[in-house]
Design a protein around this ligand. Sequence first.
Ligand SMILES: Cc1cc2nc3c(=O)[nH]c(=O)nc-3n(C[C@H](O)[C@H](O)[C@H](O)COP(=O)(O)O)c2cc1C
Length: 361
Amino acid sequence: MSASPVASSSAPARLPSFTIGPVTVAPGLALAPMSGVTDSPFRRLVKLASGDAVGLVVSEFISIELLTQRQLRTAIRMSFAEVERPVSVQLYGADVGRMVEAARMVEAAGADLLDINAGCPAPKIVRRGGGAGLLRDLPLLGRILEAVAGAVRIPVTVKIRNGWAEDSLNALESLRIAEESGAQAIAVHGRTRMQLYNGVADWDVVAEMKRHARIPVIGSGDILTAADALDRFGRTGCDGVMIGRGAIINPWIFRQIADEVAGREPFAPTWGDTVAVLRAYHEMLDAQYPPKVAPGRMKMMLSRLLKGFSYDPDLRATCLRMAQPTAMLDHVEATCRALGVLDVRRSVGAAAARDGEAAAA
Ligand SMILES: Cc1cc2nc3c(=O)[nH]c(=O)nc-3n(C[C@H](O)[C@H](O)[C@H](O)COP(=O)(O)O)c2cc1C
């Protein structure tokens, strides 16, 4: 579970930071939006694990249709705790009027930033023109950004892919439209919509956008270690990087990146740290959702975090067969104690992260 050594000689001596209007993102390390994953409990889990090294968190994408219909589950999905700030709420959809109405709701909920999703590849979303569908209609993307930027005071940002398909790459054109339409930062996942999550992310496009951009450019895709992050900063000169799947496997990754840059030994969580973070996550899930939600979410995290548990290769499978999160956690803790590997090497973060008062949605 420890971080890999830093390989790149062009890695920055300090982590970059940047501002989006009045919002400071320091360091320039963001938790990427992930539908079904980056709800408030998960974002606070990452803050518990990585502390101040997380410069920005982004919500999972939120439907403008469901939000403006006042669907309770969607409002809960938009909720966040004070400890998460700065926090960005991401919206998806293709209707300008509804987007404006939803944007006003995001602002009223107190979010620091509003992000427009122009990258989701899901067929049911692109079919209706939303997500990556907007990359096939950049004038519409421009109209959405302009209308929203004119309707709210919080900064508006956009997250794109590098194009719809290999023969229609248009990241620079998207950047130009975004800037002209009032977006104050842009994130890019260097895959096309047609690629989905296959192949590898193209970071040359991030470098190219950075060369042309007047607004901060945040790169996304395939950062799994501190070395990966520092290599991407060095190669592209981007203002920030976003980490998605790498933070599910290793929520300490932001802290490890900051440690590497500061010349400290990268934080290597003990199994005691892992159990502590998982227990806090369970508490946060139970506080936010009906009891039926926690088992599935806990299994998702346990299956990722116990992958490297070489002392007892059956532990993961045994936990995944259990129905109750408390039973899973007690079993992991008892196994670690019996093996003598339960020590908590360092505090896993402020209790405030767990107890943060949820802001109204
Ligand atoms: C499960 C999952 C859900 C995602 N949901 C969203 C989303 O709601 N909004 C968005 O802009 N990107 C979403 N993404 C894309 C990520 O934000 C990110 O750009 C992509 O996964 C590449 O980064 P990574 O390799 O660090 O995961 C999602 C990715 C995954 C794996």
